[in-house]
Design a protein around this ligand. Sequence first.
Ligand code: 5RP
Length: 219
Amino acid sequence: MSNSDVMKKAAAEAALEYVEDGTIVGVGTGSTVNYFIDALAAKRDDIEGAVSSSEASTERLKQHGIPVFDLNGAGPIPVYIDGADEINEFGQMIKGGGAALTREKIIAAVAEKYVCIADHSKLVGVLGSFPLPVEVIPMARSYVAREIVKLGGDPVWRQGVTTDNGNWILDVHNLEIMKPMELEQSLNNIVGVVTNGLFARRGANIALLGANDGVQKHQ
Ligand code: 5RP
């Protein structure tokens, strides 16, 4: 296992502390979350089940015998556990490297608490080195790309990728995001955008970041 994977796994296992018995847990997507799902299997009989942000996570949860509920019927979600591509000291994030940003943002909105799990390399001063994913309705791809250029970004179509919702992804390069909340809103305002990967308005409440000397907790 690489050093990065050791740190991701440590952060994922530390998140178990936030899982409340008898509740439905919000589960994100990605390699760090996969470690979380594997660890959650040990608590399978203590929780009611999970709501999932992607087909991939749903499949892994089911493989472990963890019931997966439809969000519409799930009621309150005390905690959502998910990774990030970048996170700043305010808990604002770039997400969507795994193309699951829309369902991730929905569950994050519902959840009372967002616990971000990652290795410490994801912590940045200014968001934007990681290309910002934007999920678009396929017929709007070129229009949205032109509008993003007007906002100062350099959009690149993630060819060959279709999201779980049947849409496409533009990855926006060369952004130095000084005002994450404003940019999140501006991108949402473009017709044809389904979701953008800036999680600024609803960021993480707690970040558990795996490092060489253990898991750092930021809140
Ligand atoms: C998926 C995501 C992931 O949280 C993000 O890409 C981090 O993934 P990983 O844990 O593999 O580094 O937003 O859409």
